[in-house]
Design a binder for this molecule. Sequence first.
Ligand code: GLU
Length: 510
Amino acid sequence: MDRKVRVRFAPSPTGPLHIGGVRTALYNYLFARQHGGDMILRIEDTDSQRFVPGAEEYICEALDWLGIEIDEGVGHGGNYGPYRQSERRDIYREYVKMLLDNDKAYIAFDTPEELEAARAAVPNFQYDASTRGSMRNSLTLPAEEVKRLIDEGHKYVVRFKIEPGREVEVNDLLRGKVTINSSVLDDKVLYKSADDLPTYHLANIVDDHLMEVSHVIRGEEWLPSAPLHVLLYEAFGWSDTAPQFVHLPLLLKPDGKGKLSKRDGDRLGFPVFPLLWNDPKSGETSSGYRESGYLPEAVINFLALLGWNPGDDTEIMNMDELIRRFSFDHCSRSGAKFDYEKGKWFNHKYLQELPDSELAELFKPVMKEHGVDPEAFSDEYIARAVGMVKSRINFVKDLWDHAGFFFKAPETYDAKAVKKRWSEEMPRIMAELCEVLKGLESFKSADAEPLVLGWIADKGYHLGNVMNAFRLTVVGECKGPHMFDITELMGCDETVARIKAGIDRIHPEA
Ligand code: GLU
């Protein structure tokens, strides 16, 4: 490959970026980085009807959160700008003119009503070589008439003049050569005078050419447009530098039946968007991976493996490793099932990798949500508490269920456990336990444990009942990390205070 790798992620700001779009951006990024190439962000906003305010900002914020770095493009500058298509009207006008001048395109005046009538009259009507001769366009009208109509401000479109009966070859890196006959294509609209804007097809091709894009890596849904794009490159005389196509397989529903949609997420309870999205039109809110407690690294790793594998069974790979190992040779051609449970597993794994001090920082907002001021505890205390329970969590917010008691003494006690463990003599035994604990020289787990267990044995008490009652007073229920690790962290005063509160407050129902 002697050409510099330049790829682009080219979303249309028509709403929040779908998770499949994020994967497309990721594969572009991995490929660009691996080849020392450039990653371009181009905003394709030529469809003013579908423009949604806030969508562009959303896209940029999502890429930023995920660590998909842009070298050039909207918000990043570069030598090929502007990178927002709505700011490139002058450029497109020039290229539309070039096609018209070279007889590769023509002007069409047909009104929606006329098109409707043609569709009604001709079965399977398609605006193409077989029908264009009977429509109102610059191929059928005299030149003066065309000029007059334009001067009078009649709305028109420019259509691509597709030559029928040609074999068009699309070369896709994943799919090989796909050949289709040009007769099945219609004379696509390339430009609309109504808003003085090109359509997606023209703007996309012109920009890929001018921005010297080497590889077009995009979703499979764009494959049907590829033959048209090949013909456009040819019409412009750019075939020699046309980019290499890569059409990525679809993301499928978790059960593999059909394309993943927002509704699947709503139905099965997982986000299909990277960030929370408030739709400005409908007012509807859609959940995002970020707000649902995912680490960006976990989302990246999860997405990377939806459609690609490293050739062995390695699963945990950070961005650097993904960049090193990524290859289209190991991309699948068939759709990838969106295995949401696997996404949770990745998040679990990445949370285990975080140092306890970082996990503690992520946990602080959760503490606040539960009415606990993190400032009331040392950073070390919080870090040790989360460190003790992190193996049990998939999300940061889960830490509260497992470690909340470190920060808030129990207000209630698990009724079942009380019934089972809190015998009549338990208040007395717990009072004794307080004295034993106060008498310990060291509260370290390894020092305290044998002494307390020794006392239980000496007294002939029931080990399980005493230890569970002890746990009940400290934790509020019979679960949690090793008891003496808990008390080591809480310290003697807090432990004894909780046991005493338990003695006062735990009353088994008669
Ligand atoms: N604007 C198109 C999209 O929204 C770009 C397709 C392409 O990458 O060519 O996905």
